[in-house]
Write a protein that binds this ligand. Structure first.
Ligand code: MRU
Length: 374
């Protein structure tokens, strides 16, 4: 793969292409999305994944659908199909609603061009948002580093892949890391492997290596021990949905890291692009739907053999019962701060509403429309 190739892009013929993340880090495979079904399948099977990238792919899915049929019924069907692909990341609904709201008032014949233009803009906006998150996070890193002995490196722990592969560019949690590394700050990243799908071991480690950022992959159980021994200065994670009250839903296991961070006085930051805020929900534990995925992700593992074959093996006794909750919720009280594109804010209703008043207002105007749909 070309270093730095975006996980979603349009080629010189205007065709939407994705990097198939189910093949990383062992193979680089680029797939063309030709129609709505291709986009929906790519999200469902996690060829594309990560909240911002799911949103961008859904936007392109709407655009591809609109290129075939642009009447109101077709738009509604495309919105419904894509919304059903994954339940937890709110960027999916945010992007689909944005597409629908932009397209419905237009004459049918103007919709296809407008849809592709808006999908492109959603993708480019994500790049700008993540870059701004990087700038604000960098200031936190600089302050933490200034408090360490001269010459010491900043030790960051991250979970899952909230990197450039989860977005269009930069990543959310990785944006400050990339900016710090580029600015010459000494930095090292502890990468949680992130069972069961190993987004940390497979994807975060791959993209940090691509950019030359020093890092070490650790089993998910290791973070607490590292924190007890003063080996983590800051935890930075992404989020799939953050509530109006500041509860943070992210990849399963994030909550345990937040608990360990609190017990050890380690700051715990969440990198939060505004499309990931769901102002229609307050209590994350009670209200956010948590995706449960197939048991084979727990019972089996995929990897490369010494002689280069990619194989899947079972790691539990045959027939063992398994459970696969894909996300958990970290209560706002455990979050040191939210690194947003508009600055670092407290994980509180007041701070979120003050930073993003237009989104907070829009959500209160849509009371009762929580489930949405075209
Ligand atoms: O199941 P995934 O791989 O889509 O989950 C991704 C995560 O949980 C990320 O941490 C989150 O989307 C933030 S990405 C910038």
């Amino acid at each position: 793969m070309n270093p730095g190739r975006r996980p979603i892009s349009r080629n010189s013929d205007g065709v939407v292409e994705i990097v198939d993340q189910t093949e990383l880090p062992h193979r680089s495979v680029v797939i063309r999305l030709q129609d709505l079904e291709d986009a929906a399948e790519a999200i469902e099977t996690m060829r594309v994944r990560g909240a911002p990238l799911i949103g961008a792919t859904a936007a392109y899915g709407m655009a591809l659908a609109t290129a075939r049929a642009a009447d109101d019924a077709a738009l509604a069907a495309a919105h419904r199909r894509l919304l059903a692909t994954r339940p937890t990341a709110i960027n999916l609904k945010w992007a689909l609603d944005a597409m629908r709201d932009r397209l419905l008032p237009l004459p049918t014949e103007a919709r296809a061009a407008a849809a592709m233009a808006l999908a492109d803009r959603i993708a480019e906006d994500d790049v700008a948002i993540c870059s701004a998150i990087g700038d604000h996070g960098l200031e936190i890193f600089r302050a933490l580093l200034a408090a360490k002995p001269a010459g010491a490196r900043l030790e960051v722990l991250t979970h899952c892949n909230a990197g450039r592969l989860a977005c269009v560019e930069w990543g959310t949690a990785t944006a400050p890391i990339y900016k710090a590394h580029a600015a010459g700050l000494p930095i090292h990243v502890w990468v949680d492997e992130t069972r069961p799908r190993n987004q940390g071991a497979s994807l975060t480690a791959w993209e940090l290596a691509e950019r030359g950022v020093p890092h070490t992959v650790i089993p998910d159980n290791t973070g607490g021990h590292l924190m007890q021994h003063g080996l983590v200065d800051v935890v930075v994670v992404g989020t799939d949905r953050t509530t109006a009250d500041g509860d943070v839903c992210n990849k399963i296991g994030t909550y345990l890291k937040a608990l360990a961070a609190r017990d050890n006085g380690v700051p715990f930051y969440v990198a939060l692009p505004s499309p990931t805020i769901d102002f229609t929900v307050a209590d994350g534990v009670a209200e956010i739907p948590i995706e449960q995925r197939g048991g084979e992700e727990v019972s089996h593992m995929r990897g490369v053999t010494e002689d280069g074959r990619i194989e899947t093996v079972r790691i539990v006794p045959e027939g063992a019962a398994v459970a696969n909750y894909a996300f958990d919720v970290t209560p706002a009280r455990l979050v040191t701060g939210l690194i947003t594109e508009r600055g670092v804010i407290a994980a509180t209703r007041e701070a979120l509403a003050a930073a993003f008043p237009e989104a907070a207002r829009a959500a209160s105007g849509k009371a009762g429309g929580r489930e949405g749909g075209a």
